[in-house]
Ligand binder design. Structure first.
Ligand code: G6P
Ligand code: MG
Length: 229
């Protein structure tokens, strides 16, 4: 018998809320303080990447080298600025369709988890009133391996007590889709289909997905790529 949809696992930044802009503001502020500029385009490469890895990429762009202790201080500085920005977030910053999809899943008995690399996930969920919508939260404080490693999603499935093949992952980062594929889960890419071409399906935003479409992912054999635009 085919597997059925039992759980949805959501990435946070860029899927439920647009925090990418705040990450960018804080990284750019750090770059300027270090004496170089950091463009929005360069920032694209940081999506889904852990804080320390992001710092490594930023420093490489600026041609700067620091020892470990100095790098930890820089990452901490960036995080303090980022926390100032997200402290002011409200439910108005939830991306289109996210709140209603979470509610609908709950009403249909489909479990929900957060699967994010961010160590600030709970603050963001609390400030946007989304915290109570999740059965399980796995974030940067619970994992040792960053996406594209499947650890974050497998931990979430384990805590939800469902099999990987009964889950759908929602992700806007290429590394996140790769993690879902490695976990043996279905995946919905949010954003650019060319960039997220490992996903089962790609949509512009959560508002463009229905539970019927999700259920269909479990009955379609062979194809792994479809775009809905
Ligand atoms: C997500 C974001 C990344 C961010 C990472 C860690 O994956 O897409 O841009 O660097 O989380 O977030 P944190 O809030 O712990 O610095
Ligand atoms: Mg993301």
């Amino acid at each position: 018998m085919n597997n059925l949809l039992k759980a949805c696992i959501f990435d946070l930044d860029g899927v439920l809320v647009d925090t990418a802009v705040y990450h960018y503001m804080a990284w750019k502020r750090l770059a300027l303080k270090l004496g170089f500029d950091f463009t929005q385009e360069q920032n694209e490469g940081l999506k889904g990447i852990s804080r320390m890895q992001s710092l490594e990429i930023l420093l490489a762009e600026g041609g700067l080298v620091f020892d470990e202790a100095a790098k930890l201080k820089l990452a901490d500085k960036k995080n303090r600025w980022y926390c100032e920005y997200i402290e002011k977030m409200t439910a108005d910053e939830i991306l289109p369709g996210a709140a209603s999809l979470l509610k609908e899943l709950k009403s249909k008995g489909i479990k929900t988890a957060l699967g994010s690399a961010s160590k600030n996930a709970e603050t963001i969920l609390r400030n946007t009133n989304l915290l109570s919508q999740f059965d399980v939260i796995v974030d940067g404080n619970n994992i040792t391996k960053a996406k594209p490693d499947p650890q974050v999603f497998l931990l979430a499935a384990g805590q939800l007590k469902v099999k990987p093949e009964e889950c759908v992952v929602f992700e806007d980062a290429r590394a996140g889709i790769a993690a879902a594929v490695k976990a043996g889960m279905h995946s919905v890419g949010i954003g650019n289909p060319a960039w997220l071409n490992q996903a089962d399906i790609v949509v512009p935003a959560l508002k463009d997905i229905s539970i019927d479409t999700l259920n269909n992912l479990f009955h379609t054999k062979g194809t792994s790529y479809e775009t809905v635009y």
